[in-house]
Design a protein around this ligand. Structure first.
Ligand code: AMP
Length: 578
């Protein structure tokens, strides 16, 4: 496939407002792919060269791209800059300046290879080398292709193609319907690598999915926890459980392969350089290879306090990683192990996996096994919950001792119980910002504005509205937010957003915000959980608690399914004091 042909598909993907259309066009792209093409194309359509967890950066910012466009089109830099100011989009700038056609244009595989080559240049003189290579590539492409090449390079593809969209499109391309989705999703949960899945599916068919195993260096999708309203409900549903403190830290998946350690966040981003102390501690574990799951949290030894997530990330950014590491050391409370010395441990019952964790981290100060209390007693569970809350922790997680590690699943193998004040919801909700009210441009400070927030409908792979948000942020917070969402503004409703309300400005659904609300109420205005004429769900008195984009993807937001469960649970009165 020529890159120009892919560019044509990308234009169509960009133009559609419907999620079904996205899947349909994307499956058309896939049907036109050979085995060698499908992997690079899978990364490119998401504006990447490699899977999300591989930190490959092309390393050309706007300034350099302006130079590259000027060189490639033999146009003065000032003219490029001028058009850029008018369009506000370097992709459109290239589209405006480049030639409509070229006699022969490179293939997708070739373009991907050359972008890799550019990404690989580092060290002295590398900027010039990157620039020259990029300008040469641009010089071979027609204007429509250049538009997309530039957006890929800037990481600004605006197609809104989420990972589930890709899985559906692959299933449609191969089978004509959605039926392969569960098998593909299984492979995806084990490897988090869509390109690998696409290539394997094309090369070896559905049978090939079994060969995609848990591998050191490729993060598994994190196992997630369900909610229940109180200790009685937990014991009734699960019986004998293992209880652990719930730390409000940063989820870390730690991989060790010989002496190479990588650390992935909950949304599978590589965070290795953020956690030098965890890398050092993991290196001293006596195993060849291992994958651990845990929660990193800063601990202040003087005040004996755990520092909450929000502060940990903010301070690290401000103070510098090394200084912060010395002053407030970080610990990882390890609660699971998924792989050890070549063996996939995910099928083992939790009790056995935890025993292995215990044995592995013995003697380390930085890596500690999250303490586990086994019980089938409501009293013991209640006591543990209150005890952990009084120590400044969020609550507890109760785990089924006989459960396997189910990558990517949110089910009753793990149940979280948090503090609850009577009458209030027992938990916060993670919403995605999908628009705002308050006038475009003029009211740059957002002053009296409001945000339109949604949750994720995982069955339909859509973002549906649940609330407007107005309170909970300081002036500084609003300014910060404005900076964050500015770049996400789009002129029309994104394809995967389903909303009856029309905000003044639509946003690409990317920013995840944690909110606390008094109650979930039925509402005809919102699309969350809305079926036919029945009302959807809304949040009563929502307030913003924190920003979670550092560790959550939009698809990690609270799901409609969870909202429905929370709605059903909220009138079962908690038996705990607030
Ligand atoms: P939530 O983000 O509220 O859905 O809660 C689930 C999160 O709690 C997990 O993703 C972990 O980051 C965190 N967590 C803290 N302590 C534990 C624990 N002992 N076991 C499992 N998850 C934990």
């Amino acid at each position: 496939m020529r890159f120009s042909e892919l560019a044509g598909y990308l234009d169509r993907l960009e133009a559609t407002r419907s999620r079904n259309e996205l899947v349909r066009i994307l499956s058309e792209v896939y049907r036109a792919c050979s085995v060698d093409e499908i992997e690079p194309i899978t990364y490119l359509i998401q504006g990447r060269l490699a899977p999300f967890f591989e930190p490959v950066e092309i390393g050309l910012g706007e300034r350099l791209l302006i130079s590259a466009i000027a060189t490639a089109y033999n146009t003065p830099k000032e003219d490029v800059t001028k058009l850029y100011r008018q369009t506000g989009d370097l992709g459109l700038t290239a589209l405006g300046l480049g030639p409509k056609t070229r006699p022969s244009t490179p293939t997708v595989v070739e373009v991907h290879r050359r972008l890799w080559e550019i990404a690989g240049k580092s060290g002295e003189g590398s900027l010039k080398a990157k620039l020259d290579l990029f300008a040469a590539l641009l010089g071979e492409l027609d204007a429509a292709s250049a538009k997309h090449l530039i957006r890929i390079t800037l990481g600004k593809m605006r197609l809104g193609i989420g990972d589930p969209t890709v899985l559906d499109a692959l299933s449609f391309a191969k089978q004509g319907d959605r039926s392969l989705r569960p098998i593909l999703e299984g492979a995806y949960n084990r490897s988090s690598d869509l390109g690998l899945i696409a290539r394997t599916l094309w090369a070896r068919g559905v049978e090939g999915m079994d060969a995609i195993r848990v591998t050191v260096g490729k993060p598994l999708r994190s196992q997630l926890a369900e909610r229940l309203p109180n200790p009685e409900a937990v014991i009734k549903k699960l019986g004998l459980v293992g209880i652990q403190p719930k730390y409000d830290g940063f989820r870390v998946q730690i991989h060790k392969d010989a002496d190479e350690v990588s650390i992935f966040s909950r949304n599978l981003e590589t965070m290795t350089s953020m956690f030098p102390e965890l890398v050092a501690a993991t290196n001293s574990i006596a195993v060849k290879s291992v994958i651990l799951d845990g929660e990193a949290i800063a601990y202040n030894p003087e005040s004996e306090e755990y520092v909450p997530f929000q502060e940990t990330t903010a301070r690290r950014r401000k103070e510098g990683i090394d200084e912060f590491a010395t002053r407030v050391p970080l610990r990882a409370f390890v609660f699971d192990v998924m792989f050890r010395d070549g063996a996939d441990l995910t099928p083992l019952p939790y009790e056995q996996r935890f025993a292995i964790v215990d044995e592995l981290v013995k003697g380390s100060d930085t890596l500690q096994a999250a303490p586990l209390t086994k019980t089938d007693s409501v009293e013991v569970l209640t006591r543990e919950l209150l005890d952990n809350i009084s120590r400044g922790l969020e609550g507890v997680v109760a785990k089924r001792l006989d459960s396997p590690y189910q990558a990517g699943a949110r089910n009753f193998n793990w149940v979280k119980l948090k503090r609850n004040t009577s009458g209030e919801l027992t938990d916060t909700i993670d919403v995605v910002l999908i628009g705002y009210y308050g006038g475009k441009g003029k009211r740059a400070e957002f002053g009296a504005g409001a945000l339109l927030a949604g949750v994720y409908d995982s069955d339909k792979d859509e973002f549906v509205t649940i609330s407007k948000l107005g309170t909970g942020l300081s002036d500084e917070g609003w300014r910060e937010l404005h900076k964050q969402v500015n770049r996400l503004e789009v002129s029309e409703k994104p394809a995967r957003v389903n909303s009856l309300l029309v905000p003044d400005v639509w946003l690409r659904p990317e920013v995840v915000v944690e909110v606390l609300a008094d109650e979930i109420t039925p509402s005809p205005r919102h699309t969350a959980g809305k079926v036919g004429d029945q009302p959807g769900f809304a949040l009563r008195f929502p307030r913003i608690v924190s920003f979670r984009s550092a560790d959550k993807e939009p698809e990690d937001a609270t799901t409609v399914r969870e909202i429905r469960e929370m709605f059903q649970q909220q009138h079962q009165r908690p038996t705990l004091p607030g």
